[in-house]
Design a protein around this ligand. Sequence first.
Ligand code: FEO
Ligand code: CA
Ligand code: CA
Length: 541
Amino acid sequence: MDRKTFLSYLGTGAAALATASAGLGALNGKASAASATADHLFGFGTNRVSGYFEPIEPTKADKLVLPKNFKYDVVAAFDDVINQAGEKFGSGCDYNAYFPIKGSNTRGLLVNNHEYSTIFSIGPVKDGKMTADQLHKNLYYQGMSVIEVYRDDNGVWKMDTTSPYARRINGYTKFEITGPAKGGSALGGATTAQGTFANCSGGVTLWNTVLSCEENFAETAAASKLPDTHYGWVIEVDPFDKSYLKKHTALGRFNHENTAMGLAKDGRVVVYMGDDKKDACVYKFISNGKYDKLKGRANSALLEDGTLYVANLKTGKWMPVTLEAVSKAIQDKPDLQKKFKTQGDVVTYCQEAALLVGGTPTDRPEDIEISPFDNTVFICHTNNDNHGNIHGHITRIFETKSDLGALEFDFEIFAAGGRQSGFSSPDNLAFDSNGHLWVVTDISSSSQNKGVHKSFMNNGLFVIPTSGPDKAVALQFASGPVESELTGPFFTPDEQTLFLSVQHPGENTTDLSNPTSKWPHRPGDNKARCAVVAISGFKLS
Ligand code: FEO
Ligand code: CA
Ligand code: CA
């Protein structure tokens, strides 16, 4: 089957495809967790065909380009009023999560992360020093927004600013600290923390709250003279309850990208996490207690008590990042013994602790997602020019016996970035119900359209089949505006709408009167605005 035929088969549903691909492998309609490839995904019966589209070509246009017959609506852009109190949508939109209201696919709460400030949100910073007004805006516009969104009778997605749930969470919001570092000396005895910022990607919990990840927090903390150790954590918010705000220290403190939550075979909660830094590690947390659906949000206590592990890719082992393991590794290092006295110290200085216990430094591990079909774990290793991994790759972990609670694993490079696959620098991931991966790319604005990145043009959104003739080949679905990065792909449950963030369009702008992008091109607007869009046009078979 050539690519075109394959795409048209996507349009006819998985069952037809299964028949057409009968030579490929198991087609028994069930995930065969033990198989080495995901070809069995073809046996999945689903009438959702999110993957049906005619791929676009790379482009340098200052537009959000989509395939034929798809459209987008800008749901919320930087500085838009989001509620009756007049609070404003933040800067640097990243992660999205949609929570249906009364089960609706056309009205729900949308949670969005705001990762950082831009020249459009705080203005040019002179001599690297922010003014008082800029410091305020820097804390105000980072963090998160909870907004209410709906699709009107004409099929247009809009924000409902009358929503009682709509609110900002930002650098001023007070959080309760949980876990081993709470009240400890590494946090200056603190049991609460001021605010959250640098919120990159995230994840939805099994109990319908959102985990949001503090990534590159250091600059903002330093500029506002806030204690560095109060940031770099995974936070938890409940979109439907504004009083619920936690920072979970048991999940470690590093440059958190996202979280992917699943269950071990015995019912313990497992959370996979990447540390988006060159030569940083892949982690997973396993709770001590077991998940109990009936307990609802009270299951959150599982994130306060458990073991953090780091991946050793050479031995295929998950190494415990515990005081015991660290102490053993530093027996003859008195300086480090002073630093690591409690588990609170270990989770706070997690990057150092992870290397001490045998974690393998990798190439910027960003998003991690657990395949809903076979429990394999996909990791975007974005890139690392320190040792020539310019285009990055997607790593796939096979836990022993497909048990997320396993302490041993094997792995493969599922797809490598580069000309041969058509994408470079994979970042966020999402699965559709056909088992295809939706992957956004993060070629830095300074590298886009230059040198070996030329052929990829602007950053994009790609669909990468996890099986079949186009396995690991990137089919481009969207291209972002100039100097932007597409982030936070998230489908409504019926897969008829895809929410997507357009982050930092015009990032290289240095002169506000001459921006390098003006996306989304609002009439009379002489600036670029990051925004969340809702994409429609997906067909049912
Ligand atoms: Fe915020 Fe790792 O991207
Ligand atoms: Ca990212
Ligand atoms: Ca990124």
